[in-house]
Design a protein around this ligand. Structure first.
Ligand code: ASP
Length: 439
């Protein structure tokens, strides 16, 4: 019999109604032996996530403001879940310990981690599975650096004799035993780590969407779902699009060669999207494009200087200005005597003017142009490589839609074409590309 690891995100464990769905999913397949949970997320728009409330307790304490009301909101949500599930995990004693630690100055990581800890306790009792704490198993060094192989070994050993368990996501510990969390959304990583450790056949990531769609549904009406996608394609798309999956969850799954299946707890019949390392498909049989993603609000600084290409260190000097300001470069399209840098506005921290001034001072360009309203759109597909006419289709579609292309960048993997258009043309451009390839 195979083994599956099922990770349930915040919306899947938001309340007892959602947890009943979790139970029927887990019990619906005997291969689903290991369950990883997030902390309860929003039940409706405007609701609060438990993790946010826990961080808020810590902020109150740090500012010497009473935190008990916020803490009570957290406790009440767990009490309601315990009551409605009809289990008893000794919540009051758990709350007392957490509160005591809070008063003793517990860290933000500790308090945030209690969200998944309590959820895993409740879920384990409800599913009749063992609770296995990830503190001590998911390991970080004393500087907080995640220890991959040590974690793999520890999880393997701890789960070897356990035929079914619920583990809290999001956190582990440092050598002295203190709790350390991953970045936000990190339960996805824990799920992938557990999948790797138990050599799962598949890592199911249960959330509130049925996998990935070929384009943003706010831009394209009813986009087609993506059935299968490679890790590399996903990386290209997630760089621009909203992330359903934490990026760092990919590495452990990849290391263990385990496919990730994004599934919807509210629509468990839907097959969702499968993310794999490689797809064994006959050449030319795959879809030409897998997905389209993009973002508004990039700035392009174009620099013109006669004989620039003959000047040693020119590119390095531009990059060093940006480095001095801590700004990451997204793209670097170049011509013989021109060079442009594409930067995300959110990374500029209001320093655009200073940066351009500094470039002018250090590089003495003949001319410089700044364009602040650019959107980037990535069209991604493993099926693009060695196929003729892909860029022709894309550019014709944009031309027919009346979209002016301000930048083109094709990755050397021949798996993506990135175009820069004006912010105001963004939606029109995405729709035109989608229609050209899909409809
Ligand atoms: N509960 C944590 C967060 O909200 C981790 C997670 O859900 O994956 O970020």
């Amino acid at each position: 019999m195979g083994v599956k690891v099922a990770k349930f995100g915040g919306s899947s464990v938001a309340d007892a109604i959602q947890l009943a769905k979790v139970k029927s999913i887990v019990e619906g397949d005997p291969e689903r032996k290991y369950v990883v949970v997030s902390a309860p997320g929003k039940r409706f728009s405007g609701d609060s996530k438990i993790t946010d409330l826990l961080y808020l307790c810590k902020t109150h304490i740090d500012h010497n403001v009473a935190y008990d009301q916020v803490f009570q909101v957290v406790c009440d949500r767990y009490r309601a879940i315990e009551l409605n599930l009809g289990v008893n995990v000794g919540l009051e004693e758990e709350f007392r310990i957490i509160d005591e630690n809070l008063q003793k100055g517990a860290s933000a990581d500790y308090i945030a981690s209690r969200g998944e800890y309590l959820t895993a306790k409740l879920t384990a009792a409800y599913l009749g599975l063992e609770f296995v704490d990830t503190a001590g198993l998911v390991q970080f060094d004393k500087h907080g650096k995640f220890l991959n192989e040590e974690t793999n070994r520890a999880l393997k050993e701890a789960l070897a004799g356990v035929d079914g368990a619920v583990l809290p996501g999001f956190y582990g510990s440092v050598p002295d035993g203190s709790i350390k969390t991953f970045s936000r959304g990190g339960s996805d990583i824990t799920g992938a780590l557990v999948a790797r450790a138990v050599e799962a056949d598949i890592y199911e990531n249960w959330t509130d969407v049925s996998g990935f769609l070929m384009a943003d549904p706010r831009v394209v009406k009813d986009p087609i779902p993506i059935e299968i996608i490679t890790y590399v394609e996903l990386r290209e798309l997630s760089y621009m699009g909203a992330g359903v999956l934490h990026e760092d969850a990919i590495y452990p799954a990849r290391a263990g060669n385990i496919p990730i299946n994004i599934r919807n707890t509210n629509d468990p019949q839907h097959p969702g999207t499968i993310i794999v390392g490689d797809i064994d498909e006959p050449a030319g049989k795959s879809k030409v494009i897998t997905g389209i993603a993009g973002h508004k609000d990039f700035t392009v600084i174009s620099i013109y200087k006669n004989m620039m290409s003959g000047e040693a260190g020119f590119v390095r000097r531009i990059l060093s200005v940006l480095e001095d300001y801590g700004v990451v470069v997204e793209h670097l399209p170049s011509g013989i005597d021109t060079l442009s840098v594409v930067l995300a506005n959110k990374n500029l921290n209001g320093k655009l003017e200073e940066i351009t001034e500094e470039i002018r001072r250090r590089l003495q360009p003949d001319r410089m142009e700044v364009f602040e309203n650019m959107a980037l759109i990535a069209t991604v597909g493993r099926g693009m490589a060695r196929r003729m006419g892909v860029s022709a289709t894309l550019f014709t579609a944009l031309y027919n839609a009346g979209v002016n292309i301000r930048m083109i960048d094709q990755g050397s993997s021949e798996m993506n074409i990135i175009v820069g258009v004006e912010n105001s043309d963004f939606e029109k451009a995405v729709r035109a590309i989608y229609e050209a390839f899909v409809e």
